[in-house]
Design a protein around this ligand. Structure first.
Ligand code: GDG
Length: 488
């Protein structure tokens, strides 16, 4: 069996079945785009689930990448994925916006499936290879993998927030999860505050020492090794958005979208997976009240809300959809005219071209997440605004807020503040839009997704080299910045 020097382990493989069910096509996700250049260069392997339960597949090559499918049964999907990942960890790590469910059977499935992923990664990696584990579905893989293959360099990136200690400590398996993550040489987070929350949980739960971003972890042989927990904010492939935004057919499509809405003076846009973390309800409430107060009219402005279908078998998502659709129906019923609508609600997924046309049509982009690891939509919007126009309204609870201070930052829980900011965005003079948008675009272009993966992987190889030397801890610590500890 062929082995690779670079292996990515993620819940999903970077491919989906073609509609005829026969072949494969690259899935559109950001992670796939992010890692594509590295995978190609390294002739890497990717370990993940192919997306269909109870289907056993042999490893295969696709577009220069060796794909290693991990089989999940229908029960695994229910317990490990929909259960523990999406109904325990997801709500807990997003500040308990929805109540997490703690079920022992789900945890057992999570352990079992994480072991299966670790075994597949161990088999796919060559001697001294680098393995990069992705995200919250696989938090136990770093430790399990290190036990199987101590020769490997192991990185882990956490795409979602890591919660404050007071919340994290609810988790019945809080020690095991921390130990699982600490199997990695480098544990990457979106925000400095996430890395700080993680370090604090490690100190409180495991009593390990932390110094700057370094954590001293027992190596199982009476000594310690140092693991690095640090922020590496993810980004997007900005150039690909710029190229799409420059295409005349996509610019034309943006005009058609505006016409299709009855040429309102302004278009507001929200683009989210239909998820309770994204603050869609808060956004609708603010918009509904602005119409009610008469501070906006449907001739003046329309809100386009793309809510792409997500996790439709998890109860909280079914309820959320009902609530949102009832609210949209009410607002439209109260304020629509025969020619204009308050909210154009789209529970659909669109090709990337259509997304960029929507970004170009939108005068105001609303990102009102209650908690979000990063929020790539905010970055995609500004990358697409090659005309330096448009206003980004951005929640301070999205990781993107750390880098995008030139947006109009809001607290989505403060509905009055959100309403005032929406009005301000709708009325913002072109010169101010230009000033802010240029600053935002510079940041996204200067730090794109390739920078993200390169910075993480450079840190991983540099750190691993030093951590395995005798003087590791002191040397490494001396060279690291102290993360802010934002936990409570
Ligand atoms: C997780 C973290 C973190 C959405 N609808 C359509 C569509 N999308 C695309 C967006 C964007 C992506 O999906 C969503 O990324 P986000 O970052 O906004 O949010 P999550 O899905 O929650 O992602 C998040 C991210 O991981 C990366 O680390 O930023 O905080 O929660 O790219 O454009 N794309 C297309 N059609 C749609 O209908 N083509």
């Amino acid at each position: 069996m062929s082995q690779a020097d670079f292996v990515v382990v993620a819940n999903r493989l970077p491919v989906d079945r073609t509609p005829d069910g026969e072949g494969w096509r690259r899935s559109p996700g950001g992670l796939v785009t992010a890692l594509e250049p590295v995978m190609r260069r390294a002739e890497g392997a990717w370990v993940g689930w192919a997306g269909q339960p109870d289907v056993s597949l042999e490893p295969f090559d696709f577009d220069g990448t060796h794909l290693v499918p991990v089989e999940l049964s229908a029960a695994d999907v229910q317990h490990y994925y929909e259960g523990f990942s999406n109904d325990t960890i997801w709500p807990l790590y997003h500040d308990v916006i929805a109540e997490p469910t703690y079920k022992r059977a789900w945890w057992e499935a999570y352990v079992r499936v994480n072991r299966r992923f670790a075994e597949a990664a161990a088999a796919a990696a060559s001697e001294k290879a680098t393995v990069w584990v992705q995200d919250y579905q696989l938090q136990l893989v770093p430790k399990l993998l290190r036990e199987l293959r101590p020769d490997l360099t192991i990185g882990y990136f956490h795409h979602i927030p890591f919660p404050a200690y007071g919340l994290y400590s609810q988790l019945p398996w809080r020690k095991q999860v921390l130990e699982g993550l600490l199997g990695a040489d480098v544990i990457g987070f979106q925000r400095v505050a996430d890395a700080g929350n993680f370090a604090r949980a490690v100190r409180r739960q495991l009593r390990y020492e932390t110094k700057a971003s370094g954590i001293s972890v027992p190596d199982g042989q009476g000594g310690t090794r140092v693991a690095l927990a640090k922020a590496f904010p993810i980004s997007i492939d900005a150039d690909s958005y710029i190229e799409l935004a420059q295409r005349p057919d996509i610019q034309q499509r943006a005009k058609e979208i505006r016409e299709g809405l009855g040429n309102p003076r302004k278009i507001l846009l929200g683009v989210d997976r239909l998820d309770y973390t994204k603050g869609i309800r808060h956004r609708l409430k603010a918009w509904g009240e602005l119409l009610e107060d008469g501070r906006a009219t449907v001739e003046d402005a329309t809100l386009v809300q793309v809510a792409s279908p997500s996790r439709e078998r998890v109860d909280a998502y079914v309820q959320l959809r009902d609530e949102i659709e009832m609210t949209v129906g009410r607002i439209n019923g109260d304020y629509d005219s025969t020619t204009h609508t308050a909210i154009r609600y789209l529970h659909q997924s669109y090709p990337r071209e259509e997304m960029v046309a929507l970004f170009l049509a939108a005068d105001v982009m609303l990102v009102t997440a209650l908690r979000d690891g990063m929020n790539l939509v905010a970055k995609e919007y500004v990358a697409s605004r090659i005309d330096n126009r448009g206003v980004l309204v951005l929640s301070e609870f999205a990781g993107a807020a750390d880098e995008m201070g030139s947006a109009l930052l809001i607290n989505p829980h403060d509905i009055d503040g959100l309403k005032d900011t929406i009005v301000r965005a709708l009325e913002m003079p072109a010169a101010e839009q230009g000033r802010r948008m240029r600053a935002l675009r510079t940041r996204v272009r200067d730090h794109d997704v390739e920078d993200w993966s390169r910075e993480f992987l450079d840190a991983l190889s540099a750190f691993h080299d030093r951590a395995s030397s005798a003087t590791a801890a002191a040397e490494v610590d001396a060279n690291l910045d102290e993360p802010e500890d934002a936990s409570s």
